[in-house]
Design a protein around this ligand. Structure first.
Ligand SMILES: [Ca+2]
Length: 593
């Protein structure tokens, strides 16, 4: 099944909704309203006695003075925070009948003294498991503001489990079926009304407008919220959305099994997959993609803005030389080219059935930074990515922790299917859709949006902005495009009244790459939700050396660029085109076409 036909079939079930959908157009009669600022009605410490909510416990309530400096976002600059009331608590504490461990949805809320009347649910990345500081990450790179500095009341949580210490600590919560479901969607379900109640207790009014914002797994949370809880939020910002996360994780393990045969043997007597493509090898691919595709957008500027056109223009078979000997940075072996072609065509089982989307050819995917191919496809600190998530959280039944201990080579062996005792693509990939008497929801059910038409969001006049790097090596932007094309098929021309997708040329996973990755989609979303100003373009900036604190600079910004290059990001399928005059480093000289 091709990617495009898959998108159509996914939406077939939602086609009838087309007849009844009420979208925001000039004829809909819907008038957006703006949030109204308010001040606390009680003191911060009074929350301890004034706030009561079923199964919720506040464990700490602290008034924080203005001026404390913290990172604005996950990789943001350190900025001064405003005065706020910091609340820590737990919701739905329980003991699992399956693994005997104690679970709770632990959360942090920051309630600013100068409140803008809005709620910001900061949904976090990875497999959750930690209460990330509720600063209100606005996504992108080098954030200079945050939800909190903008005046939102911000909520963050661990999504229902605390990561345990040890090599399998980040995934073993998946043994508990309720912890799986909390991670998938139920933490958001439980927290949303509680957070609104806490806000109402503190300010004597609930939030006028509510937003859910996150990237990666957080982007997944935002899309799941639009589907399941689209009547409880007004705006959804989904960055690098891993909305098919179980499939993407399976594709990662499939990938390890593709790289292994072209890898050198490591000292542990296992293939060292980091040797399958050297930095020089991937740089060569990046250079060849750029050479073939840069001019397709009408301007040679060391940026591939028309990544879609690049897909038919670039051909790894003919555009990258084949080595007659060993790779030396000027060629790839025939086997390497076959593997890369397969990776971009998308993971498949032995019968040729697609397990996940294809990946786009983009120069940024082969950069050497933390957002690039080598980092995401090969290894993290404990071994290949995703054995734990697949084995414990996504497969039903899960793998026993006694088998996958994390000690020695057990994680690698699972990914490699070493001696046939690990992850079998053919036999185990279907287990992401399986249930049994203990695990009554499959991971494809609890992790993904059950309604891809986002009918609740659309009916509520909600707005969604999706933003993703063309070079995202872990969650394919093609998968997001497929969803968006289905959304457009369902809603027709009015689809852009509800959701817009911004593809960032060259950007890797959530940030980084040869890209303008510093942008503020939160302001764009608020203007859309509350003023009815749909985002027709969003300005983005490079953060090259010297333009920002050294620790927040993006080393992938090409030397041929101005380090402070700006560009407009355009709603898909439009791309930024040069107007023909003026500096090519300035966004003002480009338009979305
Ligand atoms: Ca170009």
């Amino acid at each position: 099944m091709s990617d495009s036909t898959k998108g159509s079939l996914l939406f077939a079930a939602g086609a009838t909704f087309l007849l009844t959908a009420c979208l925001d157009g000039n004829s809909s009669g819907y008038t957006p309203t703006e949030a109204v600022a308010a001040s606390p009605a009680i003191s911060c410490s009074d929350l301890t006695t004034r706030f009561t909510y079923a199964n919720a416990t506040l464990t700490s309530v602290t008034a924080v003075a203005a001026g404390a400096t913290e990172a604005a976002g996950s990789t943001g600059l350190t900025v001064a925070m405003p005065a706020y009331c910091k609340v820590l608590g737990k919701l739905n504490q329980r003991v699992s009948p399956v693994d005997g461990k104690t679970y709770a949805i632990s959360f942090e809320m920051r309630l600013p003294t100068n409140w803008n009347g809005r709620f910001f649910h900061q949904v976090n990345g990875g497999t959750d498991g930690a209460v990330v500081a509720a600063t209100g990450d606005i996504l992108g790179g080098g954030q200079t503001s945050s939800g909190l500095t903008k005046g939102f009341s911000v909520l963050s949580s661990d999504a229902g489990h605390a990561s345990e210490a040890g090599a399998i600590g980040g995934g073993v919560f998946g043994i508990d079926p309720q912890a799986r479901i909390d991670y998938g969607y139920n933490a958001v379900a439980a927290l949303t009304p509680m957070a609104k109640s806490l806000i109402k207790t503190y300010y004597a009014k609930g939030p006028d407008k509510s937003y859910v914002v996150g990237s990666s797994n957080g982007g997944r949370h935002a899309m799941v919220a639009a589907s399941r809880f689209g009547d409880q939020y007004d705006g959804f910002l989904a960055g690098s959305p891993g909305f098919n996360l179980p499939k993407a994780a399976v594709a990662q393990l499939w990938g390890v099994q593709q790289y292994a045969p072209i890898s050198a043997m490591g000292s542990n007597a296992r293939p060292d997959i980091t040797t399958s493509f050297t930095v020089a090898d991937t740089k060569l691919v990046s250079d060849k993609i750029l050479a073939k595709c840069d001019a397709l957008d009408g301007l040679v500027d060391n940026t591939v803005s028309d990544v879609i056109a690049c897909q038919s223009a670039f051909n790894i078979a003919t555009d990258v030389p084949t080595c007659s000997g060993s790779p030396d940075g000027t060629c790839l072996t025939s086997a390497q080219k076959t593997v890369l072609a397969a990776v971009h065509a998308g993971a498949k089982n032995s019968a040729g059935a697609a397990l996940y989307s294809k990946f786009l050819w983009d120069e940024g995917i082969y950069n050497t930074s933390s957002s690039g191919f080598r980092t995401w496809k090969f290894l993290n600190s404990t071994g290949p990515r995703d054995p734990l998530a697949v084995a414990f959280i996504f497969m039903t039944p899960p793998v026993s922790p006694t088998v996958l201990s994390g000690a020695g080579t057990t994680l690698l062996d699972f990914a490699l299917n070493y001696n046939g005792l690990g992850f079998s693509v053919d036999n185990d990939a279907p287990k992401i859709s399986a249930t049994n008497s203990t695990y009554t929801e499959s991971s494809m059910s609890f992790m993904t949006p059950p309604d891809l038409t986002m009918a609740k969001m659309v009916a509520n006049h909600g707005k969604m902005i999706l933003v993703q790097g063309a070079a995202d090596p872990i969650f394919s932007v093609q998968d997001t495009i497929n969803w968006y094309e289905g959304f457009k098929t369902n809603y027709g021309t009015s689809a852009t009244d509800s959701a817009r997708l911004f593809i960032v040329p060259g950007m890797g996973h959530s940030r980084g790459g040869p890209a303008t990755d510093q942008y503020d989609m939160v302001d764009a979303l608020v203007n859309w939700v509350e003023k009815g100003i749909a985002p027709s373009s969003v300005t983005a900036k490079a953060r090259g050396t010297g333009t920002i604190a050294a620790s927040s600079a993006n080393a992938d910004v090409p030397a041929s660029w101005s380090p402070s290059r700006t560009r407009i990001l355009c709603p898909y399928p439009a791309i930024a085109k040069y107007k023909g005059t003026g500096s090519i480093e300035d966004a003002a000289n480009f338009s979305c076409q």
